[in-house]
Design a protein around this ligand. Structure first.
Ligand code: B1M
Length: 210
């Protein structure tokens, strides 16, 4: 039986070694990787965020928690991305300019790969120009933008404006997501869709290429 509590505590306390060990044990017992993510890993990151808000945690603790989460995710990502099928579409994904949060974006990226999409991951802190260049070179069906900070959400709007100025907006669908993003914001800035988690992102992406 997978030790969800131990994984939760290891991530919250930034103990990467234990997080990796517990994840390895759980996967060896055929625990569903999605359960590890939704029942232990994301709740631990949420508590890290709450601790940060009430000043029990500071940036170094957040970094350690993120490092532990990434250690576990590295083991899980190949399982999410395993597919031998022809790509159902191409997605360019990135965290927008000014924003360094990449864990959620990486999760969305792996789930899209697992659903059969070819994913071109531009990383974090991606400028509007870089998104435009990737649309021109990769000719994706969809671009996915992630933002975790309220102050970086406007970068989503400027990226859509840059796609318009470059004359490529009508060649690609735009999906956005990230904790502070809302469906209302998506329609306000002219995105084609919004997803509040990685599974929904896959469902929306499928609808957009159908
Ligand atoms: Co930062 N941080 N952080 N942080 N951090 C938050 C986001 C915050 C909510 C914490 C808090 O105060 N409670 C807060 C933002 C407040 C706000 O603006 N609303 C915050 C802050 C303030 C900051 C700094 C400004 C702190 C400082 O320096 N004073 C700073 C900013 C740096 C920058 O980006 N320029 C900062 C820095 C960092 C670290 C670098 C230390 C680290 C990030 C490490 C990394 O990612 N490599 C970090 C972390 C770890 C967090 C928290 C604790 C966890 C984020 C996370 O990974 N969650 C976070 C608090 C929280 O979220 N509860 C916080 C787990 C992840 C799986 O969930 O990313 O939400 P999430 O992704 C989900 C969905 O949102 C969705 O699907 C994912 C999977 O279900 N989704 C998409 C995400 N992207 C999508 C794209 C899509 C669709 C769905 O496209 C279609």
């Amino acid at each position: 039986m997978a030790d969800f509590k131990k994984l939760y505590d290891a991530i919250l306390n930034g103990d990467q070694k234990t997080a990796i060990l517990v994840t390895e044990e759980a996967l060896a017992e055929n625990t569903d990787p999605q359960d590890l993510i939704s029942k232990a890993m994301i709740p631990a990151m949420n508590e890290a965020g709450q601790n940060f808000e009430c000043e029990e945690f500071f940036v170094p603790e957040l970094l350690l928690a993120a490092r532990a989460m990434k250690g576990s995710l590295k083991l899980i990502q190949p399982l999410l991305a395993a597919t031998g099928a022809e790509p159902v579409g191409t997605v360019v994904i990135g965290t927008v300019k000014g924003d360094l949060h990449d864990i959620g974006k990486n999760l969305v990226s792996s789930m899209l790969e697992g659903a059969g999409f070819k994913v071109v991951d531009l990383g974090a802190d991606v400028s509007a120009d870089k998104f435009v260049a990737a649309v021109q070179s990769e000719k994706p069906d969809i671009i996915c933008m992630s933002a975790l900070l309220t102050v970086t959400m406007p970068s989503m709007k400027s990226t859509i404006e840059a796609l318009n100025s470059a004359g490529v907006r009508d060649k690609v669908k735009v999906l956005i997501g990230g904790a502070p993003v809302t469906p209302e914001y998506a329609s306000e800035i002219g995105a084609d869709g919004y997803a509040d988690n990685a599974s929904t992102a896959v469902a929306r992406a499928r609808q957009l290429v159908a």
